[in-house]
Design a binder for this molecule. Sequence first.
Ligand SMILES: Nc1ncnc2c1ncn2[C@@H]1O[C@H](COP(=O)(O)OP(=O)(O)OP(=O)(O)O)[C@@H](O)[C@H]1O
Length: 295
Amino acid sequence: MTATDTDRDTTDASTTKTTNASTAETTNASTTETTDDSPPPSDTAGRKSPAVAATGPGTDTLLQTDGLTKRFGGFTAIDDVDFDVSEGELRCLIGPNGAGKSTLLKLITGRHTATEGAIYYDGTDITDYRPNERVDLGIGMKFQVPSVFDELTAYENMRLSVQRTHGDADLDAAILDALKRIDLAERATTPAGDLAHGQQGRLEIGMAAALEPDLLLLDEPVAGLSVEERAEVADLVTELNADGIAFIVIEHDIDFVAEIADEVTVLHGGEVFREDSIANIRNDDEVRRIYLGGE
Ligand SMILES: Nc1ncnc2c1ncn2[C@@H]1O[C@H](COP(=O)(O)OP(=O)(O)OP(=O)(O)O)[C@@H](O)[C@H]1O
């Protein structure tokens, strides 16, 4: 982490993983990764005016970035990216290490502030919205690092999410339903720390989904999982998507991508390198070359 980073991480309570389960923001799977010791957010002086009219994108466009740019000091991690995701779409984001995938997701969740450009969500310019405000609009996220509370049971973890969208009436039934959805009802009383890695991953996705987002961002959801566990996560993501949740999924496992993806966006050097079907991406020699470091 450099002194030039403008992350909100250390200043926004919503991004701090804590063992205090009563802290409202910790219940949100979209905001539970602590990543660095960056300084407080800088102001956004120098940001150019959004080029897109205040009315925002067309009706079926859920998310749109316009000339989105993120610099860390003199280094440009995201470079003038125009990217959009439609309502209910499942988009995978791939690219070699350092391509800017995680940075792009963090810009969308508000964990990084944009250096230039704009982000629109459901027609609203959210470029200056704080992470918790974006969550309230319907943007959820599961990061690479575990964000469940190990000492709490699966049930207690799930309750943290479900109670945010559900009144007290029938809370217990709603929590059990949410656990059933991720095939963890049988493990309701197991501390999350004792769950298998794949079960923890499903719990995190289930907790993020329980917040009823319209868009869910997953950063490498199957990293380190077995073949069987990957298949379970693929099924879960596909089911949630069929229920209407749009996804942006960062994943290196191209077979997993092929299993779940509609469209794939390839990032390279902070820019959109390709956007195409997974079949075409797989057969694209240029894409293969950037993965091999040929460019
Ligand atoms: N907070 C930061 N400060 C400085 N540079 C950063 C910061 N975060 C990311 N970078 C740099 O920005 C570039 C893009 O990083 P990012 O993590 O977005 O890539 P990625 O495509 O997600 O890579 P990977 O697949 O390895 O996770 C990298 O060169 C990285 O070193």
